[in-house]
Design a protein around this ligand. Structure first.
Ligand SMILES: Nc1ncnc2c1ncn2[C@@H]1O[C@H](COP(=O)(O)OP(=O)(O)OP(=O)(O)O)[C@@H](O)[C@H]1O
Ligand SMILES: [Mg+2]
Length: 452
């Protein structure tokens, strides 16, 4: 993409309404624009990041054996009357009437709808296990929408639902989700810690939330520092292997880590004092096992091997995809702007032409641009007639992890400059060497992209 052809409405001033860094930076970097309270348009740069996160979520869900589908945003109230949640959900549910005076709602979550799909098609244990998921917009009429996309009213969520014959099978699904989530967040360059939490309106006692540590987080958290040293990395995981998956879960859940609702001071006191941490976190996901809470009232039953009709064992599992964009920025920024991790960056590298209109500089930038693209990379070329300082400020604000600076002086020696946004360190090298270096850096982030 060439900046003169793009739509990147950056703001020079700090917007007064933004209280935290991610909200401020998303507005300033032209990623989002508020449509109305708690509802945002995703401008091109923000939309690219959102799409990238969706892609990672799809890849990791499908790697775990979970199957994508797409359910609508609008639902009929009738299904929610079957589960009893139409009355229970309260003011957070946006209720709508259609022209025939039928009660509708904008889905805050999808347990009822997926259970209805399941029961319409599955009646035998032979069709289990089954986990279906989608990535779809949700609406919750939050009392206080705030912090931009972190607590919106309309927000994008991945929600997945497992259907199993036995509690043990459903626990394996729970564990599979935990491991796939750990891997998803790691690929995004985030450390999200599974913590014991409360069920809320989804229900169920067996639940973990995933929290990204950040001083601006809305949840108070208590944890053993040892949990922050754990990494999954790219070890091979066989998601069908119950032993391997539950061993990873056991490792991650052994250190004390709880949100305030589940905090137990006596238990926490057993953690060695130098490892005890009280902090704040952003909830970026939650997994639940709730058994037959929906399958029983909604009659989602299968015939088991003995020929008996039994309600299926279920769980649901959510990732806050749009909230993650904010959480990523909270965890990765400095006073100049955003610093995207390589796994989620909207463009892989920025090209800054120090002297637009100079024949040699323009030609070198065009050549770099073309070669980066043939190497499978996605560059953003700042081809504006602007001062170098202004171009650097824009690149720093939008946070591309790498920048190649091209100017007549360096070119005279066959050199361009490759700069890391994170460290600020620059290195001079030939354009070919810069392309080779970037290909190397991004290798692990470019492979394995199955279609959703
Ligand atoms: N209002 C919101 N805006 C953006 N993301 C949200 C919002 N509410 C929930 N999410 C995201 O969706 C994920 C799954 O939804 P879940 O039902 O667990 O939310 P929740 O526990 O009600 O969230 P919270 O406690 O933050 O209100 C959450 O972990 C969070 O990342
Ligand atoms: Mg939650």
């Amino acid at each position: 993409m060439r900046l003169t052809k793009y739509f990147l409405p950056v703001l020079r001033e700090n917007p007064a309404e933004a209280q935290i860094a991610s909200h401020r930076l998303m507005l300033r970097a032209g990623m989002i624009r508020q449509a109305t309270a708690g509802i945002y348009s995703w401008l091109p740069l923000g939309f690219k990041v959102l799409r990238r996160l969706e892609q990672i979520v799809h890849e990791e869900q499908q790697r775990a054996g979970h199957i994508p589908l797409l359910m609508p945003t609008l639902q009929s109230a009738d299904l929610w009357r079957e589960s009893g949640r139409y009355d229970d959900y309260g003011a957070e549910m946006l209720r709508i009437k259609d022209r025939h005076e039928r009660d509708m709602l904008y889905g805050p979550t999808n347990e009822e709808l997926i259970t209805d799909i399941f029961r319409s098609a599955v009646s035998s244990y032979k069709d289990l296990p089954l986990t279906l998921y989608h990535i779809q917009w949700k609406f919750r009429d939050e009392m206080r929408p705030r912090f931009g996309v972190m607590r919106g009213r309309e927000f994008l969520m991945k929600d997945g639902y497992n259907f199993d014959l036995t509690v043990e099978d459903a626990m394996h699904a729970y564990n599979r989700h935990m491991v796939s989530y750990i891997r998803t967040y790691e690929r995004m360059g985030l450390k999200a810690i599974p913590m014991r939490a409360d069920g809320g309106p989804i229900g169920g006692d067996h639940t973990h939330e995933f929290l990204v540590l950040a001083p601006t987080g809305e949840s108070a958290v208590f944890y053993d520092r040892a949990v922050t040293d754990l990494t999954l990395g790219d070890r091979a995981i066989d998601f069908a292997d119950r032993g391997q998956v539950s061993e990873i879960v056991a490792t991650w859940t052994a250190p004390y880590a709880r949100t305030d609702e589940r905090h137990d001071a006596a238990e926490f006191a057993k953690v060695p004092e130098d490892r005890r941490v009280e902090g704040r976190g952003i909830e970026v996901g939650q997994i639940f096992f709730f058994g037959t809470k929906y399958s029983e009232p909604m009659k989602a039953v299968v015939v088991n091997e003995a020929g008996e009709r039994v309600p299926v064992q279920m769980g649901s599992h959510g990732i806050g995809v749009s909230r993650l964009v904010g959480a990523l920025i909270e965890a990765n920024h400095d006073e100049k702007g955003i610093i995207w991790p390589e796994g989620v960056t909207p463009f892989h590298v920025g090209i800054v032409n120090l002297k637009q209109g100079d024949g040699a500089a323009d030609a070198a930038c065009e050549a770099l641009y073309a070669e980066l693209r043939s190497a499978g990379l996605d560059p953003l070329y700042d081809d504006r007639e602007e001062r170098a300082g202004a171009k650097f400020a824009t690149m720093d604000l939008i946070g591309l992890p790498w920048r190649i600076t091209v100017g007549p002086r360096g070119l005279a020696n066959g050199r361009v400059e490759l700069t890391s946004r994170r460290t600020g360190e620059s290195e001079e090298m030939s354009p070919g060497a810069a392309i080779a270096r970037l290909s190397d850096i991004y290798r692990g982030h470019l492979d394995g992209r199955p279609a959703a």
